[in-house]
Design a protein around this ligand. Structure first.
Ligand code: FAD
Length: 383
């Protein structure tokens, strides 16, 4: 893969390390079977021993740089998603589930939770969505009531990646229900806390550990609050500001794989006495796929580079990257399936798996419709 000018030598080395790791260690776990949880845990173990999980926490807590390097996160997700959606999910969740602690946790919380995440000894989760609060975060109904030295947490969270697998969850709940999203606070909740219940596991169209969890009079120490009361929405948005570009990077990885598969197949498959790649109709498809992929990569790594250069917020850039890259990847993968003809829909073929894996990326961490709303709001600001 041609590396862009946004990268340093360190990024070039990381890109090649991830590619080798993914081919050697991750590819065998890409085969879907009924042992999803075991594969997920094995992937965490492998990523930890390869040192990749050190990229999701700061240096002071077992990481590799003083603050998270978003280009590195993107390169890793891009490289993992090329081979396995599950590996990408497991890597991403270690970041998404721990970054609120990096952002707003006390020193004690950082020391307790971040090093085990980097070593793969603790699995993290991020619990924002509820049955009645998906895109509309202000509709969250989970409550956290302060009682002396504790909070009592009550509520339901759904579509939580790593539900049942995670050792701790960053949970968003209302400390001031009258205040809409301003009444939201964030907490670290260990899965072993009495009152924490794994309610149901959900089966998705592609491999992804996910489910619904409940908090029933779940008492958590007061010092498990992240930041101040009422800062939950800000913490969630700042987290998404970083991780949205990385979702886009995963989409780029999947689209790159689809294009590679389509290029190889179209040169192999002969119809009407010629390889498919010699037909202009197929060449046009390949040209469009490659162009959209390149545009997506530029948006992704531009957003990551800008964040790494110290921009406080990259809301517009990361939303554009997520919106464009996930939608483009869906189109690219669809064309790759088309180029494969009947082979493209045979269960177990690479493009068939990508076709299922890409779908959720247009939904989680803000749907494409929500990204459009965010981009338009940013454009109209100050007009
Ligand atoms: C694979 C996967 C993993 C996930 N992991 C997590 C996780 O780890 N933690 C977590 O908290 N959540 C997670 N989610 C939840 C995810 O963030 C939500 O599904 C997402 O925010 C959308 O919410 P919803 O499903 O309730 O859809 P809704 O908000 O009900 O939206 C339904 C449809 O209406 C559209 N819509 C909504 N509002 C508007 C509007 N104002 N204008 C135009 N269209 C609109 C949406 O774009 C969508 O197309 C995950 C979801 C998936 C699929």
């Amino acid at each position: 893969m041609e590396l862009l000018p946004f990268f340093t030598e360190k990024h070039r080395e990381l890109e090649s390390t991830v590619r080798q790791f993914a081919e050697r260690d991750v590819a065998p776990c890409a085969v879907e079977d009924e042992h999803e949880e075991a594969r997920a845990r094995e992937l965490i173990r492998l990523m930890a021993s390869a040192g990749l999980l050190r990229y999701v926490v700061p240096e002071a807590y077992g990481g590799l740089s003083p603050r998270l390097d978003v280009r590195s996160l993107c390169l890793i997700r891009d490289g993992l998603a090329y081979v396995s959606g599950l590996a990408d999910t497991m890597f991403a969740m270690q970041g998404l589930g721990s970054y609120p602690i990096t952002l707003a946790g006390s020193e004690a919380l950082k020391r307790r939770y971040l090093p085990p995440v980097a070593r793969g000894e603790a699995i993290a989760a991020f619990a924002l969505t509820e049955p009645e609060a998906g895109s509309d975060v202000s509709a969250i109904q989970a409550t956290a009531n302060r009682m002396d030295d504790r909070y009592e947490l009550n509520g339901i969270k759904t579509f939580i990646s790593n539900a049942g697998l995670a050792d701790f969850y960053v949970v968003f709940a209302k400390t001031d229900p009258g205040q809409g999203h301003r009444g939201l606070s964030a907490f670290v909740v260990e899965a072993s806390t009495p009152g924490f219940v794994l309610d149901e596991k959900l089966a998705l169209i592609a491999s992804h550990p996910i489910g619904r969890v409940k908090f029933e009079r779940c008492h958590i120490p007061r010092d498990h609050l992240l930041g101040e009361e009422g800062e939950g929405f800000k913490i969630a948005m700042q987290t998404l500001d970083v991780f949205r570009s990385t979702v886009a990077a995963a989409a780029v990885g999947m689209a790159r794989r689809a294009l590679d598969e389509a290029l190889a197949y179209s040169q192999r498959r002969v119809q009407f006495g010629r390889p498919l790649a010699e037909f202009q109709g197929i060449q046009f498809k390949l040209a469009e796929m490659a162009t959209e992929l390149e545009a997506a990569r530029l948006l992704v790594y531009r957003a990551a580079w800008k964040k790494d250069r110290g921009a406080a917020r990259v809301t517009r850039e990361s939303s554009m990257a997520k919106f464009y890259a996930t939608e483009a990847a869906q189109r690219i993968i669809d064309q790759a399936v088309q180029i494969h003809g009947g082979q493209g829909v045979v269960r177990g073929s690479v493009v068939e798996r990508l076709y299922r894996e890409i779908r959720a990326l247009r939904i989680y961490e803000g749907t494409s419709e929500i990204q459009r709303i965010v981009i338009a709001r940013e454009l109209l600001k100050g007009c």
